[in-house]
Design a protein around this ligand. Structure first.
Ligand code: HEC
Length: 201
C-alpha cells in the first residue's frame, strides 16, 4: 500500500524483467516466463494495495483508528475475493508476523519469504519472487511481492509505538496479534498472486 505517486514507480519497477527468482527453471513444463507472469500479476497486486490503502486512509481520516481497524478486517478480505474472481488467480496477503492468523506464510513458501525479508527493497522498489510449484494438474506459478512497512499510515496500527488503547482494541479482535513493532523499510508482509500454471500456456 503506497502513495499514488509511489505506486506508479512500483508498477514500473514490477514491469522490469530484473526479478529475483528461484525454483522453476527449465523442466518438462519449459522455462518460466517471468515477464509474462509479472505483466499479469503486478497490476493485480497494485490494485489490491491501492484500493485497500484508499479505504484505510479514508476511515482513519473520517472516523479514527478503531473504526479503521474494522474497515481493514472486513474490507481487505473482500478486496482479495474480488481480485481473485476478476483475475482468475488466488490473491492474498501473507506475513510471518501476522495479525490475522490465517495470513501465515505457508511452509512451502518460507524460502521465498526469507529472501524478501532479507531484502524487502531492491533498487528502492519492493522485491519480487516468482517460482513454480507442483506438477501436472497441481502445477502453480506464484508471484510474491514484498509489502515494505511505511511510516504513514501503517505505523498507527503496525508501528513501534501503537497507542495502548488502540492496541487493546486490536487484541480484542486478534488475540494472537504479532503485527506490531515494525519500522519503516521492514518487511511487513507480502502480496501473493498464485496462478494455475496452465494460465500461462
Ligand atoms: C487502522 C489500522 C491499520 C492500519 C493503519 C494498517 N493496517 Fe495492516 N492490518 C490491520 C488489520 C486489522 C489487519 C488484519 C486484516 C485481516 O483480518 O485480514 C491488517 C493486516 C495487514 C496485513 C496482512 C497480514 C497480517 O498481518 O494479517 C498486511 C501485509 C498489512 N496489514 C500491511 C499494512 C501496511 C503496509 C499498512 C500501511 C499502508 C497497514 N497495514 C496499515 C490494521 C491496519
Amino acid at each position: 500500500m503506497s502513495g499514488m505517486a509511489k505506486s506508479k514507480i512500483w508498477i514500473a519497477a514490477a514491469s522490469l524483467p530484473l526479478l529475483a527468482s528461484c525454483g522453476g527453471g527449465a523442466g518438462e513444463a519449459g522455462p518460466l516466463d517471468e515477464v509474462a507472469v509479472t505483466a499479469r500479476s503486478a497490476p493485480v497486486a497494485q490494485e489490491f494495495q491501492q484500493k485497500l490503502k484508499a479505504q484505510l486512509v479514508a476511515a482513519l481520516t473520517n472516523s479514527g483508528p478503531e473504526s479503521a481497524v474494522s474497515v481493514c478486517s472486513q474490507v481487505a478480505p473482500a478486496i482479495a475475493a474480488t481480485a481473485s474472481e476478476e483475475s482468475g488467480a488466488e490473491v492474498s496477503r501473507i506475513a510471518r508476523r501476522n495479525r490475522n492468523p490465517d495470513a501465515g506464510v505457508p511452509a512451502a513458501m518460507q524460502s521465498q519469504y526469507d529472501a524478501l525479508a532479507a531484502q524487502p527493497l531492491s533498487d528502492g522498489k519492493p522485491a519480487v519472487q516468482i517460482w513454480r510449484s507442483g506438477e501436472g494438474e497441481n502445477a502453480r506459478i506464484h508471484y510474491l511481492s514484498a509489502i515494505p512497512m511505511q511510516d504513514q499510515p501503517c505505523s498507527v496500527c503496525h508501528g513501534t509505538a501503537v497507542d495502548p488503547a488502540l492496541k487493546q482494541h486490536i487484541d480484542s479482535l486478534y488475540p494472537g496479534d504479532l503485527a506490531t513493532g515494525f519500522k519503516p523499510g521492514d518487511l511487513r508482509g507480502a502480496m501473493l498472486i498464485s496462478w494455475k500454471a496452465d494460465a500461462f500456456q
